[in-house]
Every structure is written in C-alpha cells, then in structure tokens.
Design a protein around this ligand. Structure first.
Ligand code: C2E
Ligand code: MG
Ligand code: MG
Ligand code: MG
Length: 282
C-alpha cells in the first residue's frame, strides 16, 4: 500500500514501519537523483596473478555515497535498481567510468591492468550494450582485451540463447568474458558447454573452506583442471588466508582476488597497490 502511494510521500515513515522497509524507502526514493548528483563511485579490488604476485587487474565494485545512510554496498541497492529500471542508466555509467579508468591507466604506466565490470541481468538482455561498448572503445582506442565483463550464471540463464549470442558478440570484439560466482548455479557444467568464455570465477563459497573441507578442496582442484582443459583461465574469489592462496597456487589456479591481497578500495588506493612491486605468494 505504501508503494502504491508514490515516491516522497511522508506517510511512509510511520513509527511502526520496520527498519528494513524504512531503509528500502530511503534508498528507493533517492536512487534516481543519485546518478545526477554524482553519488556513485567505483571501488576497485585488485586481482593478483598467483605465480608472480603481480596485480594484473581489478574488479570494479559499485558503491553509493547516500547522504543519510553513508556508504552503501551494491547488495543493498542493485536489486532495487534492477526492479526500478535504473540499472540501465547506472550500468551505462559504470561502463563509461570503467573505460575512463582504463584510459587513465594507459597514461600512467598501468596500461597492462585489466578491468572487470559486473553486468546485471537487464543489461545483458537489453539492446543497448553492444552499441555503447563500441562507441566507448572506438572513442578511446582502448584495447578491448583490457575490459572484462562478468556475468553470473543466474543472469545468463534467464535467457540462455540470448546470452549465448551476446557473449559471442562480446568475444568477437576481443572483450573478455567471465562467469561470476561459478559453481553456485544448478548446472554449472552445462554453461561451460553452452557459452564461449575466457575465464571462470570460482565462488567464494567454495574457497572459504578449502583448508578444512576435503570435498571443497576436491571440487576446487577439479574445477581448475576442467577449466584449463577447456582452455579457460581461472580466478578464485574471496581468498582471505595465506593457506587458501597456497592451496590455489599449488593447484595451478591462475589468479586470485580477496581480502588477503586487498579489500575493495578507492581509485587512489588501487593505483598505489598496482604501481608497487609485486609481493610473492608463498
Ligand atoms: P561479485 O561480483 O561476486 O563481487 C565480489 C564480492 O565479494 C564483492 O562484494 C567484494 O567486496 C566481496 N569480496 C571480495 N573479496 C572478499 C573476501 O576476501 N571475503 C569476503 N567475505 N568478501 C569478499 P560487493 O562489493 O559488496 O559486491 C556485491 C555484488 O554486487 C557483486 O558480487 C556483484 O554481483 C554486484 N555488483 C557490484 N558492482 C556492480 C555493478 O557495477 N553492477 C552490477 N550489476 N552489479 C554489481
Ligand atoms: Mg563480480
Ligand atoms: Mg562473484
Ligand atoms: Mg557475488
């Protein structure tokens, strides 16, 4: 009923409203202005090549500086943006900003650093994505291989045939494609057959217990082997401990991302890390 009453109506904020609903309304009512007001920021999290310890890339992770709620993470507002349709202009903004960053890095000795961007389901199944990418890449002359697009299994499976076509189109341009949260879907193996990919990102849920759960260790090792046999690269997400990194390296996982190396942070923080000498991964 509150929703039907429309945006910005103060009858929403009644005393008996629970905190979660209240927060949702605070987010929802401001979401459309937020883009115009410049309240979004791309945080960056380093991606590390395990053999060399070098920072070879970053993942762009969206943050919202909400005037009342402070720094808000994407799990709290992306679902609302998806429902309301704002995800399309927001996704356009993210891609534009990402290509700007690649352009900036080229001019400061970080021209080898790849940038991965998350795509929402709506972006994948809409029509404007390829035209936008073409225009961004031609206007900057950025090497398309420096841009990686991450798509989750669930987004890809909302319309598998269409996703298949989109991924083919991306790869024909030289843009890299990664499956995010790999292993969390219902038939992950079939995606390897259905979609043309460059990389899989092993979900944090499998990495978390590799030291203690023999099943997870076997699943991760076998997934790396399978991906390599299919010619794909592998990055592990959510690496938090040295033991996890060592295990992954011993199983020839190519890259890793996680709090052990760096938390998602500001552009300045990431650039300092990327420019610093590599730290060996034991
Ligand atoms: P994701 O793409 O799977 O991103 C990885 C998430 O794991 C990030 O959460 C990151 O901060 C977190 N993470 C990284 N390393 C560690 C670790 O070592 N331990 C733990 N516990 N967590 C770690 P974040 O930034 O909150 O993003 C959540 C999700 O929001 C992302 O999951 C992605 O699906 C979505 N997202 C982020 N930015 C965008 C965007 O620009 N567009 C769209 N459509 N979705 C986005
Ligand atoms: Mg991701
Ligand atoms: Mg992920
Ligand atoms: Mg995730």
């Amino acid at each position: 009923a509150a929703k039907a009453a429309g945006r910005g109506n103060f009858q929403f904020f009644s005393a008996d409203m629970n905190a979660a609903t209240h927060e949702r309304l605070l987010l929802e009512s401001r979401l459309w202005q937020a883009l115009d007001q410049g309240e979004f920021e791309l945080f960056l999290q380093a991606q590390i090549e395990l053999d060399s310890g070098r920072v070879i890339g970053a993942e762009a992770l969206l943050r919202w500086h909400h005037p009342e709620l402070g720094l808000v993470g994407p799990d709290r507002f992306i679902p609302i943006a998806e429902e309301s349709g704002l995800i399309l202009p927001l996704g356009d903004w993210v891609l534009k900003r990402a290509v700007q960053l690649l352009d900036r890095w080229r001019g400061m000795g970080l021209g080898h650093v790849r940038l991965a961007v998350n795509l929402s389901a709506r972006q994948c199944h809409g029509t404007g994505l390829l035209a936008q990418l073409d225009s961004l890449l031609t206007s900057t002359g950025i090497d398309p291989a420096l841009l990686e697009l991450e798509i989750t299994e669930s987004a890809a499976m909302q319309d598998p045939e269409r996703s298949r076509g989109l991924l083919q189109q991306l790869r024909s341009r030289g843009i890299k494609v990664a499956i995010d949260d790999f292993g969390t879907g219902y038939s992950s193996l079939s995606y390897l057959k259905l979609f043309e990919l460059d990389r899989i990102k092993i979900d944090r849920g499998f990495v978390k217990d590799i030291e203690t759960d023999p099943d997870d260790a076997v699943i991760v090792a076998a997934t790396i082997g399978l991906a390599h046999a299919l010619g794909l690269e592998v990055i592990a997400e959510g690496v938090e401990t040295q033991a996890q990194a060592s295990f992954l390296r011993s199983k020839h996982c190519d890259e890793a991302q996680g709090y052990l190396f760096a938390r998602p942070g500001t552009l300045a923080e990431f650039e300092a890390l990327a420019a610093a000498p590599a730290r060996a991964v034991a």
